[in-house]
Design a protein around this ligand. Sequence first.
Ligand SMILES: [Zn+2]
Length: 260
Amino acid sequence: MQKLLDGSKILDLWVIGFVAVGLAVVIAGITSGYFKARKVQPKGFKWKQFRFEAMIAVISVAFSGVVIGGAQTWLKNNGWITFQNEPASWWVIALEYAAYFITFDTWFYWLHRWMHNEPFYKWIHKLHHRSTSPNLMTTLSVHPFESFINGGWMVIFITIYPVHPAALALIVPTNIIMGLYVHSGYELFPRWWNKSWATKWFITATFHDHHHKYFTANFGGYTTVWDRICGTVHKKFEPDFVKIKDRPIRPERSGMVSAE
Ligand SMILES: [Zn+2]
């Protein structure tokens, strides 16, 4: 029990650190003009859309809290979800984290592609796609059944395999940060990202932004691996990524005008 509390303390530290760093980054980004230059679709944000998404987000979060949270509590109370409380080496935690990362990425890609088929698209996934230029609120603006699909894997994973609380303290923030980043509408990753063999496998905001813009490509959740294997990477993804990174942060000073 003590170890479990330690795990949740790590989670608290993550949340506090995330909020503090996030606020500092947002203030620095706005004042320097960095965010304006890095917007994937410069004229894409619409307040009307944002308000609609906020309404759907409230419904979806309430549903997730009751259904997924309830299922998780029930599974924990009945001994289906347990944690490994013995001390573990860092590589055991890294392996548990990698196992979740890879399996979630696979789960998400295939179920996401499935949700793009009719009639499931119009029944479930179309709601999330009302935003053709995503923003942070789009992350939570999903049909309750879709939030069940997206959040369900973590519950299944920790039920099948009892992880260490430290691994869970990495998995939960990864879910939150990745969801928010890929829907942020701002490309933050460096220019060399898609050129490097080590990094091109991990998705970026532009990658998922293009999924919302073009609908029929870029289905991956964490990586581009399944999209590359299945040939579903949009042909404009890499050229557009470079275009965004070519935009000057202060166009008035360099005498250039932002693209689009
Ligand atoms: Zn989709």
